[in-house]
Design a protein around this ligand. Structure first.
Ligand code: ATP
Ligand code: MN
Length: 466
């Protein structure tokens, strides 16, 4: 018996030119064809979109075991890495030893057939990572997550872990999920007959966070530059291809940044992430370009090169009003822009990403810095082709009186925000930040049409199976 070989990754072997050595690979068969003297197994271990070809001289192996190696079977193969004469690959492995870990009954295995719809694959989210498309998406998702940490770490930002369970419901970014240990059938009631959250686990009503921003500001007003990268939750009952109930958000918050600095950072950050994917994920992107979205690579390259268009909300409304297009939701100054408006600006009018600033005060959150016109706030949204809004951000209101005035006008429960307000009492400074929806970014980079197909286990209304 030979010395136990160290397992190699398929990705590394496919690039290797160190031929005629013994190697071991482990993975899942994608196909097994040929039944005469020689058969060929296409083996994939998830390290790369490509399979490695295993050459099996059938007489050297147990025939029953070979029969069990069908699409989906888990196996270990040891053998000699040789230069391949066949087309489409540089190397192959001539097997000397095969261990069959687990078979996959071809009558039952849901991935036996190729070309399943995205809808069907969602119903087998436990197995879809084994498809080429989801393998590619998940590797790109990983690369982007890594690039995000690298980007901020290289620029002196600190990763701040903000809480997932929160006692403030003041952000107003969306409907929240309640977190409670109270008896759902017979909750304790107070004198007015309402649920008494004083009896609850935290002694108050708590929810899953919709954003880490408010806590992020606490970090930035001490560490200067921070970012959060964590899960956020919104109980929005919107069945759109761009909304999840559980999604990940990156929220940098920068002391001493004004809105211009904020826009510069956002644009640089987005370009960096796209370039990172082009530099590190080209095999997967090429696959997606061929199979999912023929314009993908071109779009990604153009986004890195162009300067994003910057204009105010008021200017954008004028463009939309003067456009020939009839929108499902009519536009006028004061309305919140819908995805159709955002995409018109980006895809038809400017033909490049757009950063809109200075939105009407009444459609934005209480913490945004008020402009002197008394009508608008220093908000900035970054709009992307195919996606619409990918980033929402603003310069924050650092003036205590102006902040308090907005909190009162908007009937926000001040007592749940006393800690936030104190940052404006003690050493208040100008600061800015934004939130990038991670899945929308992954959608953009992969070309996937539906946000449910860029997260391993999507959470949407009526869907929390896996
Ligand atoms: P939208 O108008 O598209 O619902 P929003 O105005 O609610 O977005 P923000 O509160 O500004 O979004 O959140 C910051 C970013 O988080 C957005 O720009 C977007 O990329 C992302 N995002 C917001 N809601 C969702 C969601 N339900 N699922 C996935 N990503 C989201
Ligand atoms: Mn929303």
């Amino acid at each position: 018996m030979m010395e136990k070989l160290k397992q190699s990754k398929v990705a590394a072997l496919l690039k290797s030119t160190d031929y005629d050595r013994m190697v071991n690979v482990k993975g899942w068969a994608r196909a097994h064809r040929g039944s005469g003297k020689i058969s060929f197994i296409a083996l994939n271990d998830g390290s790369v979109i490509h399979n490695i070809q295993i050459v099996v001289e059938r007489d050297n192996f147990n025939q029953e075991m070979l029969k069990g190696i069908t699409n989906g079977a888990g196996i270990s193969v040891s053998g000699k890495l040789v230069q391949s004469m066949g087309k489409g690959q540089n190397v192959e492995i001539v097997a000397t030893e095969i261990v069959l870990y687990g078979t996959a009954d071809q009558e039952l295995y849901p991935l036996q057939k190729k070309g399943h719809s995205m809808e069907f694959l969602r119903s087998i989210a436990h197995l879809r990572p084994r498809t080429n498309t989801f393998g590619a998406v998940l590797r790109i998702r990983h690369a982007l997550a890594f690039a995000i940490h690298k980007y901020y770490n290289d620029r002196g930002f600190y990763y701040l872990h903000t809480p997932i369970i929160t006692g403030s419901d003041a952000e107003g970014a969306g409907e929240m999920f309640r977190v409670t240990t109270l008896d759902p059938v017979k909750p304790p009631l107070n004198e007015s007959g309402e649920v008494d959250y004083k009896e609850d686990f935290f002694g108050k009503a708590t929810n899953l966070t919709v954003s880490g921003q408010l806590e992020g500001e606490l970090g930035a007003t001490a560490l200067s530059l921070i970012y959060t990268f964590g899960p956020t939750f919104r109980a929005e009952n919107s069945n759109t291809p761009r909304h999840l109930a559980e999604f990940w958000m990156i929220e940098p918050e920068m002391a001493f940044y004004d809105i211009q600095d904020n826009m510069d950072l956002a644009e640089d950050f987005l370009k960096y992430l796209v370039q990172y994917a082009l530099d590190h994920c080209i095999d997967d992107l090429t696959f997606l370009n061929n199979m999912i979205d023929k314009g993908l690579l071109e779009r990604l390259k153009s986004i890195v090169e162009v300067k994003y268009e910057r204009l105010t909300y008021t200017e954008a409304i004028a463009i939309l009003e003067n456009s020939e297009r009839t929108f499902e939701f009519p536009v006028s100054w004061g309305v919140d822009l819908q995805s159709e408006h955002e995409r018109y600006l980006v895809e038809q009018h400017f033909k490049k990403p757009v950063i809109l600033t200075d939105y009407p005060r009444d459609i934005k959150a209480f913490y945004m810095k008020q402009n002197d016109d008394g009508k608008t706030v220093r908000a900035m949204d970054v709009l992307f082709p195919t996606i619409g809004e990918i980033i929402g951000g603003s310069q924050r209101e650092e003036n205590l009186e102006r902040l308090m005035q907005r909190i009162k006008e908007m009937n926000i429960a001040e007592e749940t925000l006393w800690w936030y307000i104190e940052t404006r009492k003690y050493g208040t400074v100008p600061h800015s930040g934004f939130g990038l929806g991670f899945e929308r970014m992954v959608q953009f980079v992969t070309g996937m049409k539906n946000i449910r197909d860029v997260i391993p286990f999507p959470r949407t209304p009526n869907n929390a199976e896996f």
